[in-house]
Design a protein around this ligand. Sequence first.
Ligand code: NAD
Length: 385
Amino acid sequence: MPLNFAVIGCGMLARSQHIPNIAASSKATLHTCCDLSDDALAECRDKYGALHITKDYNAAINNPEVQAICIATTEKMRLPLIQAAAAARKPVYCEKPLAQTLEQMYEIQKIVHESGIPFCVGHNRRSSPAMIDAHRIFRAHMDNPQPCPWRFDREGPNRPKVEGENIASMAVRINDDWYSWKAWAMNKEHAPHGPMLFEMTHFTDLCNWFMAQEPAQVVAVEQGMLSHGIIVKYRGGELVTLFMTANGTFGYPKELYEMFGNGGAVVVDHMLEVRTAGVEGAPATTLYPMLKDRHPKVGAEGGVSGWLAKKRAACAEAAAKGDPALQFTAEPDKGHAHAIDRFVDEISGVGPVVCGVDDAVMATRVAFAAIKSAKENRPVAIEEI
Ligand SMILES: NC(=O)c1ccc[n+]([C@@H]2O[C@H](COP(=O)([O-])OP(=O)(O)OC[C@H]3O[C@@H](n4cnc5c(N)ncnc54)[C@H](O)[C@@H]3O)[C@@H](O)[C@H]2O)c1
């Protein structure tokens, strides 16, 4: 039987992802939509078929028919919703970032632990098909490396022992365009920590997940709120660099993840391609389906080259018609819909924990360590956070 979801906060993200995804899922039912806006609620009912609409989140959470809560309000409004859901013993899928302050975050963690409710944070990329494959391939390669028959082993048996030879590392590059941001993202009162918090927890979460170690120390340098360079060192010695710029373009892939270790590489390019090298038995290139492809005949080979061709065609239409919205086509599958379905499996006891509160807290601590490091111009230990 599908689980009855109440979605609280039916703004941009919820109406572009969670609400249509829940409505289309065989594992979930769009039972209730809750928002303060009449227009948003009318759209939820008329376009997506929400069975009930309300402005009162307590009524939505405590309705005995509601079995799970999806929180998609902005991060200013999380704690009272999670408190109410925990009191009602209902599972919660909560958008990232988990909280706007560390105090609130630790309070949320305590509430979730004490209540024992299933809890999933919307670090949806962990549920992207490309990420799931890359994580499985990379972790198997790190935990049980097979010798690469063509590795250039110059010294062979005389090769000296080198510290760190079995330790993983990772590079993440994020290309974003700040012209696309809502004004609140630039408002210090609403988003006091800028993209280092509201965007970066996705990426710090993936780094922690791929490195499978506890982060130890963070160094960060920033140029205003648009460009950031972050280095994370892990307890096992793993090293990650994360470069984010918002002075980029939607015309080029947003996200590149490159994982290295034990003489191998696993690369996730915009969640469209996974490429590997030096990893015995792993496919060299795997391509993933795109969502909402308006240009199936353009770039039909798929992958990054196919996506670039589709994007160029869409951008040309946008320019010709004077409508920037036309540039959107063939989106990578970032895992939003899978994350909800996988959370239902977790709740039902037939799937793994998707992204639990402790992992989300750690990803958020790394983000706060980076914020502190950039502000104070010094390395920051995770214990300080
Ligand atoms: N995972 C992702 O890929 C992703 C992408 C974008 C945004 N987000 C996150 O999603 C969250 C929402 O972002 P958004 O861009 O949709 O914001 P938004 O401002 O468009 O939507 C927030 C909605 O919450 C509603 N709301 C506020 N207080 C409420 C209350 N007391 N009861 C009911 N509804 C209430 C508002 O009316 C609004 O419709 C943010 O935390 C953001 O960081 C995640």
